[in-house]
Design a binder for this molecule. Sequence first.
Ligand code: NDP
Length: 407
Amino acid sequence: MSKVVIIGCGGVGTVAAHKCAQHPEVFGPEICIASRTQSKCDAVAEAIRKSVPNAPKIVTDRVDADNVDEIVALLKRHNPELVINLALPYQDLAIMEACLQCGVNYLDTANYEPKDVAHFEYSWQWAYRERFEKAGLTAILGCGFDPGVSGVFTAYAAKHHFSKMEYLDIVDCNAGDHGKAFATNFNPEINIREITQNGRYWQDGKWVTTKPLEIHGSLTYPRIGARDSYLLYHEELESLVQNFPSIKRARFWMTFGQEYLTHLRVIQNIGMARIDEVEYNGTKIVPLQFLKAVLPNPQDLGENYHGETSIGCRISGLDKEGKPLTYYIFNNCSHEAAYRETGMQAVSYTTGVPAMVGAMMFLTGKWNLKGVHNVEEFDPDPFLAELALNGLPWEEVINGDLEVDKL
Ligand code: NDP
């Protein structure tokens, strides 16, 4: 029987399936990929058979992961130890519910979001803590890159470098060029909902709200150069300021080009970012979902994508001896290299690889807390060691200029 069932077979699911298949000693003898459209799972299974020597047997299945009963039936058919949820954030609670019913552990890369409100926070999933703990099960939340590696980087900084972390800036740069006028790098609906929300950051014990993309400035990214970076709210800030209470200020920055922002402004101005239903020719449609149907599919961007992503944490505070310290830990990932290996671009790659590594940590007993936990609550060392071996090496800069105080 399968040790893991991967639910969702988009860009991220495709990468995670490839990476799991590269480790038959952990994920064998069989991996199940299940999604709403089974033919996509079949295509990925075929690609893995062709490109990964010694891959375990890949089986595929169909599931509507909005429906708890269907997920329960899927889990009963495959009897896994762990579900890797790489569908959309809307499905998180249904999949967690089914995992509890079947005694299966859980891992995801994005926190729950209701379909009808563009609002994401951990409260809905943290509410499952007691039930997972009582059932002796583990749920690992937010195990992509950001959230995911960003939390593990922070935990690593706390463990090895700081006696007190005071300022945290998570910086996410995509300096790639896919040659399209406008496209999103992961699911367009989720991406546009995230970016068009108000910004928010943590300062002196409370959240400060900004208008969408109101605060921005130039940051320099390694081997890339200066890029305009915009303050966004990002979900890992919520758990990181709780798990590391010495943090006085926590912010998240993402780069956008002017062309992207102009398209985004037009999309909003003409109502195409709306997430409420409108009547069209006697049918109810959600404009943002319709827009997704006509935008380039993020999974098809890889072929002509050039350049790199660079994501990391810039942290300052006091070192283990109580002296001032600045610390920058980051990964740069090449779109071309990601595509050569998995057929997907670097944004899917940097999410799918950590999902596989998190699953590996759980299945090999290195991450074994029961209950519902964010990634920074686990030991960062074995995770970062595997991450580096699996295509995402990371680098550190000690006492360099973090640049973040000028923003
Ligand atoms: P895609 O849209 O490419 O893929 C989503 C997949 O989920 C598709 O295969 C889709 O099926 C499937 N799916 C959607 N609804 C259902 C359903 N009801 N039942 C079963 N399957 C369903 O998205 P991505 O691969 O880009 O992203 C996957 C996840 O990763 C998202 O939650 C995203 O937010 C998260 N993410 C996290 C990042 C991080 O760093 N933490 C970064 C990037 C993404 P179908 O093919 O039929 O549409």
